[in-house]
Design a protein around this ligand. Sequence first.
Ligand code: NAD
Length: 357
Amino acid sequence: MKLTEIPVAGYEKVVRGHDAASGLLAYISVHDTTLGPAVGGIRMWPYSSEEAAFADANRLARTMTYKSAVADTGLGGGKAVILGDPQRDKSPALLRAMGRFIAALGGLYIGAEDVGITAEDLVVVRQETRFVAGLPRHLGSSGNPAPFTALGVFLGMQVCLEWQLHTRDMAGVRVAVQGCGSVAQHLCRHLHAAGARLIVTDIIAARAQRLAAQYGARLVAPEAIYDVECEIFAPCALGGVINDDTLPRLRCQIVAGCANNPCLTPEHGEQLAARGILYAPDFVINAGGILNISVELEPEGYREARALAKVQHVPEALRAVFALAREAGLSPARAALELAEQKLAAARRPPRAAHAP
Ligand code: NAD
């Protein structure tokens, strides 16, 4: 395998890995390990170019640093991307080559599942390296992170309600859920149990229909979800959905969901604040999954009760972000970045001598 290190300002290590025998072409981006080893998913995606894959790895790695810093997981931020179509190009040889690539970094980066890579794929990666987490539960690992992400989002939504509408009571609150995938299924269960009124959509109609039938939700077409009058708009599909076209259409008071990077640009986070819509920053509210994985990396190993307790950190962190935003006159999106930077700066400062004059 040919490994090439690429210097990137502000990043600890970015490496390109190419293994001609298996067809693996991948990048591992280690953004920051101040708080611990860099943990982040391995994404497999048919990128349009190597530049696009490289940029995605770096952007996602930085977000993982911020996510873990705010959630106090004790981990740093990193990400890996594999160029290729997971339906067509994935093979055991390619996954094992990815394992050797991760092993070559000696524990600086720990991989996990992400778009295009399943927990079962990680079992194959594991044959070559122990630096991988989030494998199936029966192997003593932390399993599917989606239920923990969903719980964190639900608890975070309660904080948003409290902050914006001065109630914690979900009864009758209208929540428009975009995307009915792994996380949204669990989120809708919590919301329904708490008495929320659900409006759902998915580009795969059968998924939305299933949730609608299960929870008596109203179904709308994918494009119509932005126009739904509701208290909470919950982006639970892909990123970039809050943009110049959709933002003026939103008729909600809160944006809170699990999707990574729902705002197309940082400016859209500012515009939500300017419109009086409370935005729960993505990397703060969707940290339940990484908190679950972080338990597996503790010396005692994975314990579900401990993971559930750690997810309680999400509402606390969100409160801290909203409080900082209010105090400093910042948007919540900006305040979340500020809080992450503060935590990193505090960890980088050398400890004061015990008897300093
Ligand atoms: P998933 O693939 O299971 O679900 C996504 C769903 O969104 C799919 O059903 C898909 O058909 C639907 N969808 C895609 N584009 C859509 C559109 N334009 N309109 C309506 N529906 C659309 O993914 P997931 O694991 O549930 O993750 C959802 C989001 O949350 C992603 O952005 C992911 O990066 C993020 N996230 C997930 C986790 C986790 O624990 N799985 C953790 C943190 C963040």
